[in-house]
Design a protein around this ligand. Structure first.
Ligand code: PGA
Length: 255
C-alpha cells in the first residue's frame, strides 16, 4: 500500500516567528501520527528556523521552489545545496501559481526536478488544468503533456523518488473542491500516463496527491479514493487544527 503524504504549502503566509509557532503546534499535534508522512513547506525565509523545530520529529520539511542552477547571478532564487543544507527533504515544483504568475513551464519543471533528484531530495511535481481547459475537453492532453514534460529524461529510480500533486487550478483557494469521483477519475488517468512512461511497477508505487480546497470536511472522501495518496494543502495547512483535520483521516485510512 502507498503511504499517505499530507503536505502543507504555506505559500506567502506567516512571518518567521509565526512560522516557528505554527511548526511547533503542528509538531505537537502530530506526535502520535505513525503511518502518514507529514510535510510542511514554509517560506524560504522561515525554513532554517522551522528546520530546527522539526528536527528529530515526524514532521518533514519542504521548500516551495528551487532554481535549477547550482549558484550564480539569479537574484531572488535559492539553490538546491542551500535547501539541502538546512535539511529539507522535499521540493514543491511547478505549482500552478508559479506557472500562472512566474513563468514556470514544463521545461523549467523538468530542470528543477532533475536538480532536486540529483541532490537526493524529492520533488513534489504539481500539475493541473484550468476550468477553461477542462470545459474545453483538453483535460487529458493538458495533464499528459505536463507529466511527460516533467518526467522527460528521468529514470525509473528517479520517478520513484517523486510525488505528483494533481491540483485542478479551479479548485485552488476557491473553496470549490473536485468531487471524490472527479478527483479519482482524473488521478487514475494521471497514473495511466505514468504507466505509459514507466510501466506498472512504477505507476503503482508512485504517490499522487490531490490539492485544491482540501479540508477536514472533504478529506475522508477524497483520501478514500483508490488513486489519491495524500494531499497538498494550502489554506487548511495554516492552522495546526485544520491541518490535523486532514492528517487524522489519512492515519485512520492507513490502519
Ligand atoms: P488550497 O491550496 O488548499 O488553499 O486550495 C492548495 C495548493 O495550492 O497547494
Amino acid at each position: 500500500m502507498r503511504q499517505y503524504i499530507i503536505a502543507g504549502n504555506w505559500k506567502m503566509n506567516k512571518t518567521v516567528s509565526e512560522s516557528v509557532a505554527l511548526a511547533q503546534s503542528i509538531v505537537a499535534a502530530v506526535k502520535d501520527i505513525k503511518k502518514v508522512e507529514v510535510v510542511i513547506a514554509p517560506t524560504y525565509l522561515a525554513c532554517a528556523k522551522v528546520a530546527d523545530v522539526v528536527k528529530g520529529t515526524n514532521v518533514k520539511l519542504a521548500v516551495q521552489d528551487v532554481h535549477w542552477k547550482d549558484q550564480g547571478a539569479f537574484t531572488g532564487k535559492v539553490s538546491i545545496d542551500m535547501v539541502k543544507e538546512i535539511g529539507a527533504e522535499y521540493v514543491i515544483i511547478g505549482h500552478s501559481e508559479q506557472r500562472q504568475f512566474f513563468g514556470e513551464t514544463d521545461e523549467t519543471v523538468n530542470l528543477k526536478a532533475k536538480k532536486t533528484l540529483s541532490a537526493g531530495l524529492k520533488p513534489i511535481i504539481c500539475i493541473g488544468e484550468t476550468l477553461e481547459e477542462r470545459q474545453g475537453g483538453k483535460l487529458e492532453t493538458v495533464l499528459s503533456t505536463q507529466i511527460k514534460g516533467a518526467y522527460a529524461g528521468l529514470s525509473e529510480v528517479d520517478a520513484l523518488n517523486t510525488v505528483i500533486a494533481y491540483e485542478p487550478v479551479w479548485a485552488i483557494g476557491t473553496g470549490v473542491t473536485a468531487s471524490d469521483e472527479q478527483a479519482q477519475e482524473t488521478q487514475a488517468f494521471c497514473r495511466s500516463v505514468v504507466k505509459e512512461i514507466y510501466g506498472e511497477k512504477v505507476s503503482e508505487a508512485l504517490r499522487i496527491q490531490y490539492g485544491g480546497s482540501m479540508k477536514a470536511e472533504n478529506a475522508q472522501g477524497l483520501l478514500g479514493q483508490k488513486d489519491i495518496d495524500g494531499g497538498l494543502i494550502g489554506g487548511a495547512a495554516l492552522k495546526a487544527e485544520t491541518f490535523f483535520g486532514i492528517i487524522a483521516p489519512a492515519e485512520q485510512l492507513s490502519a
